[in-house]
Structure formats: structure tokens, C-alpha cells
Ligand binder design. Structure first.
Ligand code: B4P
Length: 200
């Protein structure tokens, strides 16, 4: 069975941090839309310049742009991995619908949507600490507040979309990085053993 995962949650919830551990443990291909966008910015392409102006204000990149970038990245997918992990995608309902359609059509349906839950004061703290060294133009208090506001309006509704599809799992994102990874690992191992039992 291919384990095709999405990891979501508010800005600074630890998606990127946990993704690194998950892909290593479960042999998945990691796609971070944040990293793909920052790569485009670093290459200083015309698109990268547009993206930079959007992200540094805390706004979302348009759905059409992000869907195109991700579809291209997944299209180059290696067959040697046991699944994929999408980190930071989908972030809007339009992105979720496009993803479900694309993955169902290509016979690689998404398995689970992991929602990492962290209280707002802790999110702000983590991002301000990251901002001290990250050099990221979006890790300052004003932009963090804007990102949180956009998260509530645009991204939270994606949770309901995946609850209806029975793919939603909430994980407590407070604690040490290892403790949180253990919680995620348990859920994923259960999912894999359920799939094995169904096949038998
Ligand atoms: P992203 O790069 O996806 O990520 P993020 O939300 O800033 O952080 P993440 O949740 O990955 O947290 P991290 O592990 O780093 O997005 C950046 C921007 O790109 C978005 O705002 C948006 O503009 C754009 N974008 C991306 N995807 C898009 C999409 N699909 N559509 C439109 N626009 C899109 O952890 C944060 C900090 O906490 C780190 O410093 C980490 O060390 C620390 N930390 C992690 N776990 C911890 C723990 N357990 N305890 C204490 N600290 C912890």
C-alpha cells in the first residue's frame, strides 16, 4: 500500500520539522510547497520575484500557481518510494479539490490528512524564535499575525473537507519533537496494519 499523506496546521505548528522524521521513517517522498516556493525565489525567476512579494506580506500564493508548481513536482515522482508526504498543501479548499482529483485519476489516492494542533501563543513564540536566525521575510510579528488570520479563514475549512472524506486525523502538536513524532508514527502504523488486514 502507498502511504500518501498530507501534513497541515497553522504556521509554525511544526509541519516541516515532523515531515523530515516521517519521510525518513516511512520512506516517503517529501514535497514542501513552502520550500518549492522559496526555491523559486532563490533562483530569482520572474515568478520567484512575484512570489517573494506575496509571501513577505504573509499572503497566500494564488491557487493556480501553486497547483501548477505542485503538479509538476509530483509528476516527476520516483516509483521507488512507499508514498508521498505533502507538507503545507493543500492550504485552500480549491487546492484540496484539485489534489483529490489529480491523485484519484492517477490511481494514487491520498490516504490521510494530519492536522498538527498547537495553541496560538506557542505558534507565535516558535516563529519569532525561528525569525532570529531564519532570515525569512515572513517571520516577523506583523506578518505572523496576518498568516494566522489567513490560516483561520482559508485553511481551517480544509479540515472539514477531509473529515467528510474520513481522512482527517488530529495530532497534539505540543511537546518535544520526538514525542510528537511518536504520536504520528503510532497513527500511521495503525493505518498501515489496517490496510494489510483488509488485503488478507
Ligand atoms: P511553510 O514553509 O509551509 O511553513 P510554516 O507554516 O512557516 O512552518 P512549519 O509549520 O513548517 O513549521 P516548522 O516546522 O518550520 O509556508 C510558508 C509560506 O509559503 C506560507 O505562509 C505561504 O505564504 C506560502 N505557501 C506555502 N504553501 C502554500 C500553499 N499551498 N498555498 C499558498 N501559499 C503557500 O516549525 C516552526 C518553528 O518551530 C521552527 O523554528 C522549529 O524549529 C520550531 N519547532 C518545531 N517543532 C517544535 C516543538 N515541538 N517544540 C518547539 N519548537 C518547535
Amino acid at each position: 500500500m502507498k502511504l500518501n499523506l498530507m501534513i497541515a496546521g497553522a504556521p509554525g505548528c511544526g509541519k516541516g520539522t515532523q515531515s523530515e522524521l516521517i519521510v525518513k521513517h516511512f520512506n516517503l517522498r517529501h514535497f514542501s510547497t513552502g520550500d518549492l516556493l522559496r526555491q523559486e525565489i532563490a533562483e530569482q525567476t520572474p515568478l520567484g520575484k512575484e512570489i517573494d512579494a506575496i509571501i513577505s506580506k504573509g499572503n497566500f500564493v494564488p491557487d493556480s500557481t501553486i497547483i501548477e508548481i505542485l503538479t509538476k513536482a509530483i509528476g516527476q515522482l520516483s516509483k521507488q518510494c512507499d508514498g508521498i508526504l505533502l507538507d503545507g498543501y493543500p492550504r485552500t479548499r480549491t487546492q484540496a479539490e484539485a489534489l483529490e482529483e489529480m491523485m484519484n485519476e492517477s490511481g494514487m489516492p491520498m490516504s490521510l490528512f494530519i492536522d498538527l494542533q498547537v495553541p496560538e501563543n506557542e505558534l507565535i513564540n516558535r516563529l519569532l524564535i525561528r525569525g532570529e536566525t531564519s532570515g525569512r521575510s515572513d517571520d516577523n510579528l506583523e506578518t505572523i499575525r496576518k498568516r494566522l488570520e489567513i490560516y483561520h479563514v482559508k485553511t481551517e475549512p480544509v479540515n472539514d473537507f477531509y473529515k467528510k472524506l474520513n481522512k482527517y486525523v488530529a495530532i497534539n502538536g505540543l511537546g518535544s519533537v520526538d514525542e510528537i513524532f511518536d504520536r504520528i508514527r503510532q497513527v500511521l502504523e495503525e493505518e498501515l496494519s489496517k490496510a494489510t488486514m483488509i488485503r488478507q
